[in-house]
Design a protein around this ligand. Structure first.
Ligand SMILES: Cc1ncc(CO)c(N)n1
Length: 221
């Protein structure tokens, strides 16, 4: 089994619990309330800024054009395309997307962002891929399963959100996993263990992020 196949297998339980989380099931049923959607979009906009920064730091650490292009493409995706997923949630919540940008991070989002940026600042390119790949991978898995299980039609309130994440044909995620396998093969067991820990921690933080939005988490003080 390849390194990335093992990672995916080790993350299956986290993925299952995340899929069953009431925020994700609320997307499936179309019954999340406006406050939850607004909280999610505010936090996700800020989170994705950090994702762009982490990938930018990966470009700064890259030594070849192929890696630079891989990171650049996924930065461009966040900048120019992923906003459509947020616009869907804003439409349902009855708010303007521009009004949800520039908010400070709540504890769970702050924790996830700090985890990614620490890996980006102190780690290798392989570490950065490991820490940032659960973001597209978990959403791809969730989106595809939502398409399979509920097969939404365009009248579903979260049709765009589900199709954006559940119907990606870019091959970007497979490319990242293939590169991670190459880098894992070239390094030490200790480095592979660190990559594994970064990946699985980010997977758990994907769960926390949905939970943060569902519970309207704020700083206690
Ligand atoms: C927290 C989080 N994880 C993953 C994605 C998918 O890019 C997202 N938009 N937000």
């Amino acid at each position: 089994m390849s390194f990335s196949e093992q990672l995916k297998q080790d993350a299956q339980e986290i993925l299952e619990v995340t899929y069953q989380h009431p925020f994700v099931q609320g997307i499936a049923r179309g019954d999340l309330c406006a406050e939850q959607l607004i909280h999610y979009v505010k936090q996700d906009h800020a989170y994705l800024n950090a994702m762009i920064q982490a990938r930018g730091m990966a470009i700064a650490k890259s030594d070849n054009r192929e890696d630079m292009e891989m990171f650049h493409k996924s930065i461009a995706y966040v900048l120019y395309d992923e906003g459509r997923a947020h616009e869907n949630l804003c439409r349902v919540a009855g708010v303007d997307y521009a009004d949800l940008q520039g908010f400070p991070l709540t504890p769970s989002a702050h924790h996830y962002v700090s985890h990614m940026l620490a890996a980006a600042a102190t780690g290798t390119v392989a570490d950065i891929i490991a820490a940032t790949l659960p973001c597209p991978w978990v959403y791809d898995e969730i989106g595809r399963r939502l398409v399979r299980e509920i097969n939404p039609d365009p009248s579903h309130p979260f049709y765009d959100w589900i199709m954006i994440y559940g119907n990606d044909t870019s091959g970007a995620i497979d490319r990242y996993f293939a590169r991670l396998d190459q880098l894992a093969a070239e390094t030490s067991e200790a480095a592979r263990e660190r990559m594994r820990d970064l990946f699985l921690t980010s997977c758990k933080m994907e769960y926390n992020f949905f939970d943060m939005a569902y519970r309207l988490e704020e700083w206690p003080v």
